[in-house]
Design a protein around this ligand. Structure first.
Ligand SMILES: Nc1nc2c(ncn2[C@@H]2O[C@H](COP(=O)(O)OP(=O)(O)OP(=O)(O)O)[C@@H](O)[C@H]2O)c(=O)[nH]1
Ligand SMILES: [Mg+2]
Ligand SMILES: [Zn+2]
Length: 349
């Protein structure tokens, strides 16, 4: 196998090649992180899958958890022919999914990096919640990964058109798929998001069927799936976040169920997730209109005449307040700098 053969099906491209160049001159080689276990990393390199350790240079330069290697990251490493590799640098990310750790205004958590498609899975049972979907979409649009809304457990639902309409009202231009991982309905259509060069991650509450979907795509029962308790609440069946390499090329990341999604920096994500409000806002009298009591506010006008739903507006206000309060508390911590997280294409979408 030539050196290029293992990387391209895993998502490597000219952008990473260019970022690697200065490190390659020092004899470092590329690897992709599949699992993070405390300070240890599992990576895939020309050698196959093996252990690696984050070098002191990265740890010393890291200002925030965002600066540490995460699942999906491409890194530059010293890779001996056997034994543990040493990671020297994190290559700039194409996309990065970050949420805020609950209860801590200063703690971001990187869920995964270099994701092409983010499958936002909801169950068409008691799990369905458009307000939660708005959060997931905001997180996705901010991340630079493309969100795909997957409404699973269609077999349990007796009013699909209703849920489809509810979803369309909040999904802007993200594609929506109605599927059943149990009876196979709609699963073929998901194949377009998976394959050579693509990295596809699954996100959603516990018990919505993420691992069941991953097993279907893999064609083998690799991921353990769980039964639901009698109260309909899922227990966390998947406990580790791991990048799985597909035999035919491409990668999947199954995630443990998220209990809640709190937003980290997501100003742009919010503009996109609420593009109906963003579009209305262009018609406000003041360019810095907050859409509250300002005269000539087109958003308030749309609320008054019913073209904008109250709960949609309230959901937007809630997320905006969350982002604001986090930013306000950030300002009093001088060493916290707003850093450019995504190297390529971040502003170009
Ligand atoms: N009826 C029905 N049940 C499903 C469907 N998909 C998954 N399930 C069931 O839902 C339960 C939870 O599925 P998992 O795939 O383990 O859910 P998960 O999202 O991976 O859960 P965590 O790993 O805890 O985050 C299992 O009992 C599955 O068999 C579906 O389309 N219809
Ligand atoms: Mg799971
Ligand atoms: Zn306004």
């Amino acid at each position: 196998m030539t050196d290029g053969d293992w990387k391209t099906p895993l998502g490597w491209g000219p952008d990473f090649e260019a970022s690697l160049a200065p490190h390659a001159q020092k004899g470092l080689e590329p690897a992709r992180v599949t699992l993070v276990y405390r300070k240890q990393l599992r990576v895939i390199s020309r050698r196959g899958e093996h252990w690696a350790r984050t070098g002191g240079r990265i740890l010393h330069k890291a200002h925030s958890p965002e600066d540490h290697p995460a699942v999906g990251d491409w890194v530059a490493a010293r890779i001996p022919d056997e034994g543990e590799a040493l990671v020297y640098a994190l290559l700039p990310r194409r996309s990065v999914i970050i949420r805020k750790v609950a209860g801590n205004q200063h703690a971001p958590q990187v869920i995964a990096a270099n994701i092409d498609f983010l499958m936002l899975v909801m169950g068409l049972d008691m799990d369905f919640n458009p307000r939660r979907l708005e959060r997931y979409l905001t997180l996705s649009w901010e991340s630079n990964a493309k969100p795909v809304v997957v409404l699973n457990k269609a077999d349990l639902c007796d009013d699909l058109p209703f849920f489809l309409e509810e979803t369309k009202a909040v999904a802007s231009d993200a594609p929506i798929h109605l599927v059943s991982a149990l009876d196979g309905t709609g699963l073929d259509a998901l194949k377009q998001y998976v394959g050579p060069g693509k990295t596809t991650a699954f996100l959603g509450s516990s018990g919505v069927g993420k691992s069941t979907l991953v097993n279907h795509i893999l064609g083998v029962e690799l991921q353990r799936t769980g039964g639901l308790k009698d109260d309909g609440k899922g227990k966390h069946t998947t406990t580790a976040r791991e990048l799985i390499v597909l035999p035919g090329g491409g990668a999947l990341i199954d995630n443990p169920g998220l209990r809640e999604v709190q937003l980290w920096d997501a100003d742009e994500g919010l503009l996109k997730a609420f593009d109906d409000i963003t579009a209305l806002g262009a018609g406000c009298r003041f360019s810095d209109c907050r859409h509250q009591q300002e005269p000539g506010c087109a958003v308030q006008a749309a609320l008054a005449d019913g073209t904008l739903a109250d709960d949609r507006y309230e959901a937007w206000r809630q997320l905006e307040r969350e982002l604001e309060s986090r930013l306000a508390s950030k300002r009093v911590v001088p060493e916290t700098r707003r850093r450019e997280r995504v190297g390529h294409g971040k502003r170009s979408r």
